[in-house]
Structures are given as structure tokens and as C-alpha cells.
Design a protein around this ligand. Sequence first.
Ligand SMILES: [Zn+2]
Length: 149
Amino acid sequence: MLTWKKIINFSIKGNPIPDKRVEKTVAEWKAQLTPEQFRITRLKGTERPHSGALCSIHEAGKYNCVCCNTPLFDSTIKFESGTGWPSFTQPITENAIKYERDTAFGMVRVEVMCNTCDAHLGHVFPDGPEPSGLRYCINSESMQLEKVL
Ligand SMILES: [Zn+2]
């Protein structure tokens, strides 16, 4: 299980190696994504709380990166945080996500990105439910739900 200590270590010493890499030009991402998806994933934007389509959905499935379709989270680790953004306690695999120290807006936070294509997803905080104690706070626009039929 990933812990806050492990995540801080990743953000300082380097991230786990992803299974594969997807790299595209800005023009290619722009052509593929909606303007809002582009703004959030490629320009590190944030959607308004409670605005995301996936915020209050609790259907079974996998939450994949909207840019490269890599599975990032699973519905079994989604929880209702009340923040207005989809929230998870763990990534689907340890190397699905990469972490970087984010000091924007005078705060020290840990930014969460897709480890395959570097899409900005959101942030992770050490105030989630037990046992991991983690809260991944993720933009709906960064993900697409692959439902389990
Ligand atoms: Zn991705």
C-alpha cells in the first residue's frame, strides 16, 4: 500500500518507472482533447468543485487517463470526500501515477500526474481515510470512466 512517506520519497528522489510512455506535441493534444480537458491536463488547470461529471458517480469501473487511456484509479478505492472533486485512497498500481512538489500559490502540495503521459490530474493529501490515510483529489476532466459490464 502506498503511504504518505512513500509519496514524499517519490516526489524528492524520483518516481516509479511506468509500464510505457505516451508523448505527443501540444498541437496533437489540442486536437484530441476538449478545451477544458486541455486546460486541466496540459496546462495544470483545476475544474470548479462539484462541476465534474465523475464527482458523484460511484459505478463500478476503472478511471482512465483522458489523454492516454491508462488506468489510474478503480471505483473500489473511490470515496465521498465532500470536497467536490473525485477522491481516491490509492492509485490502481503503484507506477500509474507520478508525483511532484508543487509550490504554486504559496502552498507546498504534492501534484499528481499520469506517469504515462504527464497529464496533470490533481493533488494528493495526507488527510484521507484509513488504512492508507491518503486522499487523491482528482479533476473529473482528467479521467474517463471505463465501466465494468
Ligand atoms: Zn495519461
